[in-house]
Structures are given as structure tokens and as C-alpha cells.
Design a protein around this ligand. Sequence first.
Ligand code: ATR
Length: 272
Amino acid sequence: MLRFAVVGNPVSHSKSPLIHSLFAKQIGLSVDYSRVKVEHGEFENFVTNFFAGGGNGLNITVPFKEMAFHLVENCSSRCQLARAVNTLFLDKQQRLVGDNTDGVGFVTDITVNHSVVLKGRNVLILGAGGAVRGVLSGLAKEPPQRITLLNRTESKARHLQHEFESLLPIEIGSYSELPQRQYDLIINGTSLGLQGKVPPISPSLIGGGCCCYDLMYASRDTDFVTWSKNHGASLALDGLGMLVEQAAESFNIWCHMRPDTAPVIRHLRDAN
Ligand code: ATR
């Protein structure tokens, strides 16, 4: 029996145990995947004890992703870019290794599941928090033509612009002076949906054939998905597909087998 867990605080909402149990069933592996809420000062101890006790892998969620990044002895280049870990495991030398599968989860969902082409496209990103950092690390592999990033706090946008400048040219702007351009892809990486709000942008930024993507998901359309549909986006997607794809990549890292994500995405949609 392989032993995995997702660690966070709060963590009761996490769909990772369900997703990974569906993957395991599909592949025919015996897996015990639990949900663990850890107090802030206890994270490092928990990780050490989990692996010392024979645990095979951990998923890390809010608020421990950055802390996990500072714990690992080795990590992938995409993880280094994201400066956050969502997947932990031990290598053959028993060293703690970190990876970040959020960016590849986003890119796989949008390009494979929804056939959206990134190359040569104009992309608008709203927000500059951890979720956006993950997406940028994924986009660095498949750079679009141009990325415009808007954030309420300009210094955070500038920080990301500098960090990614060798890989992705990012122009930054503000909500008060919206760009005079139309976009092929608009990504909502703000947490405004938690307040039932959408980012203060004009629908005129939605170009012909535009895909709008909300990094959040909910059991019904998110406010940004509703806004996008109401303003003529060709495709309006939430982050459920990204969630399942990042999980599939973690599963692949741990078990060296890639599950079929389509039935799992369908299962989660139907369960809502
Ligand atoms: P996550 O890890 O999920 O990305 P986060 O790091 O807290 O969460 O980032 C939340 C994002 O939503 C940030 O870009 C934040 O803008 P600031 O950097 O200015 O804080 C954005 N956000 C939150 N509330 C907002 C609001 N009322 N208006 C505009 N942007 C908002």
C-alpha cells in the first residue's frame, strides 16, 4: 500500500484525496491518500515524520507551499521558478525533493483538454499571487507572444516581471489604466471570486475567439466564468481541469504512471 497525503490549513475542502483515489482505482494501485491539517509551527516536523514513517509522497497546499520550498534538498527547475512546492517525495538517496505541478497542470488543461493554442497569442493575467506564479512557470515552457499582467499592488507585478524576464517578456499595467488591446486569453488569478467579485476590467479586452480562464473553481460557474460568458468569451473555463491535471502530474512523479484525467474531471463535475 502506497501512502500519500495533502497537507494544508485549512484542508477539509481539498478534493485531492478523491482525485488520487480515482487515479489509483483506474491504474489498479493500492493507495491510502489522506488529508492532514497541520498547525503553522508543526509543518517541518510533520513532513520529517511522515517520510521517516514510510510515507511515499505529499501534496502541499496553502499556506505551506513556500515553506516547503525552503525545506527541500533538491527541486525541479519549474519548482525553482515558482518558488513554491506542491509535491514532495524522497529520491533514491533519501533526500527530500520538491516539485511544482501547478503550471504544467494549467498548460495541459488549456492546451490538451481545450485545444487552446498559446504560441503567438496575447495573454492577459490578472493578479500576481502564488497561483499566478505557478501559471507563469508553466507558460515559460510554452511562451505566448505577449503577456500583460495587471495587479492591484504594482510592486508585486514588477517583482514577477523581473523574476521572469529572461524567460517571459511581461508588460505590467494597472486596473486604472487598462491596456487598449484585445486578448486571446484572459486568466483570472485574483482571489476576488472569494468575495463574489470579478476583477475591474472592461469587457472590451475580450478579443474574438478569446478564452477566459478562472484559476478558481466552484460547484457552479464562478463569477468570472459568468462574467466572461455574459461578455462574449468563446470559451469560459474554471480551474477544475487544472486541479486534476496538476494531481495527475504529481501521481506520475510518485508512481511513474500517468492516469487518464478525462473521466476524473467528468466524475468531479457530475458530483457537483
Ligand atoms: P493565491 O496564492 O491564491 O494566488 P494570493 O497570493 O493571496 O493568493 O493572491 C491573491 C491575488 O488577488 C493578488 O494578486 C491580489 O492582489 P494584491 O497583490 O494587490 O494583494 C489579488 N486581489 C485580492 N483582492 C483584490 C481586490 N480587492 N482587487 C484586486 N485584486 C485583488
